[in-house]
Design a binder for this molecule. Structure first.
Ligand SMILES: C=C(O[C@@H]1C=C(C(=O)O)C=C[C@H]1O)C(=O)O
Length: 415
């Protein structure tokens, strides 16, 4: 469906303050949950007031922005809260490849949000008495039961071989860095209830952005861009080590990561790509000289928080368009890295490593890079993880790093 019937009649949107709903995930009914949660705050939604299937191509972000602007410009909006994320909101996921189908924006019928001690409920209906105003029926999520894993497009050995080929191409001077990913399949005993995964992910990975759009679900640590008014922020990650066996090992690994010239250069590539993408849009841009260490339950990353001020009224999707794909998930130089990914990965990334997040009618929003995630369909999941490959990468170590990244979704599935 290209454009839903909601376009025929203007949307009627109402946002009201509500009492603290507590855990957002447990407010979700079992139909089509949408989510964006960090440290218990964020937005969840359900139902469908409007949907756009975004046509593939270089203009897809602009197309999506224009679709949304037209939809919301016609809407009758009654917003008593007036903060980023109040009023109508679209959740979205874009494929990694511009030419791949599967990018979408969905405006849920109901969005429940909490942030900074406030909570609000947005409902969309064609008139004030519409059923969209009633919270959906909640049933407790059922665990997926026993999980069987299988190789995706490449076996572990084949993927290591692909990494070795990438290393050779880097050392031959074709490119500086490329991010190679692999997929795993998981088959569960029962249908996988996305709310079960959201609950486990948001509890175990509070520092990450736990997301779900049409079954595409994960907990990513990487913020592509947060947009509030003219202020933007991005958290660039590149350079990874698994967590240690104990505290001393953990600290030693963190220190080694910080001192590793391979990881520092990998990080510099990612930060430079973000700086180059944002500079033309910004009147001020602050890029730290040195990364910090971001310690997560499964891995440690080198992290740089970039902040800026937009020089004009660019919406969050305009900023996403300028940034994607960063070198944290593509490589350096971008064009060559995309060719190498197509040649060596042997799989369709779909939404993995693409932008995922939400946008409101003001153009504010938060978009992450879809990592540590999987596409859930019935009792099946397709999981993704990747690593930045440099000229001195060791295929065995890169496989171990990818396994550590798979642990996020494996934890979510295994109760
Ligand atoms: C590609 C992934 O992660 C990216 C690659 C990283 C690395 O290679 O060090 C670190 C964080 C992410 O930018 C993934 O999680 O699948």
């Amino acid at each position: 469906m290209q454009v839903s019937v909601a376009l025929i009649r203007p949307l009627v949107v109402r946002t009201v303050p509500v009492g603290d709903p507590g855990d957002l995930v447990s407010c979700l009914p079992d139909t089509a949950p949408y989510a964006w949660i960090r440290h218990g705050e964020g937005l969840v939604g359900w139902g469908e007031a409007a949907r756009a299937t975004v046509p593939p191509g270089p203009d897809r972000f602009r197309w999506a922005r224009d679709w949304m602007s037209a939809l919301f410009a016609d809407a009758r909006i009654d917003d008593d809260v007036e903060v980023p994320g109040s009023g109508p909101v679209a959740f979205g996921s874009f494929t990694f490849e511009a030419d791949a189908p599967g990018s979408r924006l969905v405006v849920p019928r109901v969005v429940l949000a909490r942030r900074g001690g406030r909570a609000w409920l947005t409902t969309i209906g064609e008139d004030d008495h519409d059923a969209g105003h009633r919270p959906g029926l909640r049933t407790p999520p059922t665990p997926p039961g026993r999980i069987r894993y299988g190789d995706g497009s490449l076996t572990a050995l084949e993927w290591q071989h692909a990494v070795a080929q990438a290393v050779r191409q880097i050392n031959d001077g074709r490119l500086d860095k490329v991010v190679l990913a692999r997929d795993l399949t998981a088959v569960a005993e029962n249908d996988i209830d996305v709310r079960f995964l959201l609950s486990r992910l948001s509890t175990r990975y509070p520092e990450c952005y736990t997301f779900s759009v049409d079954g595409f679900t994960g907990a990513t640590p990487e913020l592509l861009v947060r947009h509030r008014g003219n202020a933007i922020e991005s958290l660039v990650l590149a350079g990874t080590t698994p967590r240690g066996a104990d505290e001393a090992d953990d600290l030693a690994r963190g220190a080694a990561l910080f001192a590793s010239s391979k990881d520092r250069y990998e990080h510099v590539c990612a930060v430079s790509s973000v700086r180059e993408a944002l500079a033309p849009l910004c009147s001020a841009l602050d890029v730290p000289d040195e990364p910090e260490l971001l310690v997560l339950p499964n891995v440690q990353h080198l992290a740089s928080r970039v902040t800026g001020r937009l020089s004009d009224g660019a919406s969050v999707l305009d900023v996403v368009a300028a940034m994607h794909p960063t070198a944290a998930v593509g490589g350096t130089p971008t064009g060559t890295a995309l060719e190498v990914i197509r040649e060596l990965e042997g799989m369709d990334r779909a939404g993995y490593a693409g932008p995922v997040g939400w946008i409101d009618a003001r153009g504010d929003g938060e978009w992450g890079i879809a990592l540590r995630c999987g596409q859930i369909t019935g009792n099946r999941a397709r999981l993704f993880a990747g690593c930045g490959i440099m000229g001195d990468s060791d295929p065995v170590a890169e496989l171990a790093e990818a396994q550590a990244k798979f642990r996020v979704m494996r934890y979510a599935l295994e109760s």
